[in-house]
Design a protein around this ligand. Sequence first.
Ligand code: AMP
Length: 403
Amino acid sequence: MNVLVINSGSSSIKYQLLDMRTETVMCSGAVERIGEAVGSVTHKIAPGGDTEDWISLTQPIADHEEGMHLVIGLITDAKRGVVKSLDEIEAIGHRIVQGGDIFHASCRVDDRVVDELTKLIPLGPVHNPGHLAGIRVSRQLFPQVPQVTVFDTVFHQTMPPRAYMYALPYELYEELKVRRYGFHGTSHAYVTKEAARFLGKPVEEVNLITVHLGNGSSMCAVQNGKSVDTSMGLTPLEGLIMGTRCGDADLAIYPLLGAEKGLSISEINDLTNKQSGFKGICGKNDMRDIHEAVAQGDSRARLALDMFGYRNRKYIGSYLAVLGRVDAIVFTAGIGENDPVARELTCRGLEHLGIKLDHDRNLAPARGARDIAASDSAVRVLVIPTNEELEIARQTVAVLKPS
Ligand code: AMP
């Protein structure tokens, strides 16, 4: 089955077409700056393979419909297309960030799903409108193709109330569904299964702390293969220190900033989501730039790294307490997979808790799943490359499989 995975945002559509017989990527790409004066499309054919090829377009792209038409044109192009006709696209999987506590599993798209996603917009105002635009256009352009929604929140729906409730007036939960949902669930789910396979254990028996460190970062306490706690909350703002998001911070900062700086709620929201984290501390949000600044003696960049490592260690310590027995710490995503310094900072001083990195294994420039713990470490430390698109395509196939 060929599955088109779509991650539609407010002004972008990222996509990947996978042949699920072999789990290989036929093409991938991104339409960006939809609705702006000049938009762009970057299209990769057979990415990562011997015949990798690129096409890039720059032109105004009025809306998602025009963006999807461009994608379809590239996928089915007579010369360089990867399929001959749209009939060869057999299913579509949509990535959805906020599924609230309505969606407990991936599901086939129908009018009810669209209605529920629309109702969830107040809980996912940044992402869900863009997802809905992608679904609407895909249903118009591919009326015969079954479509599936795969949610970032679903993996964390197994959290117990003690982990997902905020100690706010209970009515806020009842009336507005104010609670912790957690995100990056597709990534945490994928690396959980891959880690179980790597450890040679059934997924129902693994206890893990999965550490997704990218531009957005989150950790998850996994007990018997299921999420029992995670660091992101009502929105992806809570938890770890990220590229531009502050993570955990006292809510009383909001009224203080309102009173002292005259900032509106939307300005404070922008400040905590887009101007904070690494960027707020040292002016840079990309980890590679932060390392470069540290090498040049930038003390703010050093502070940002120090805070990052400290916050990560605190979360690992608390999840060790939650889980009791832990088989492995699992690093993934851009920073987690590629940055030995970030991994070392995250595990520093945790030897007395059974977490001991092997210096050389951590530094080795390897790819693929690997164990970087010292041989005598009680807890394994794994690096597992995440693959959210493959997980979405696998779940799409699973939902559509005749029962
Ligand atoms: P992601 O959101 O998963 O794409 O991750 C983005 C983050 O990964 C950025 O902060 C990048 O600087 C970081 N990153 C990507 N490659 C490397 C690398 N080789 N070394 C350090 N950080 C990296």
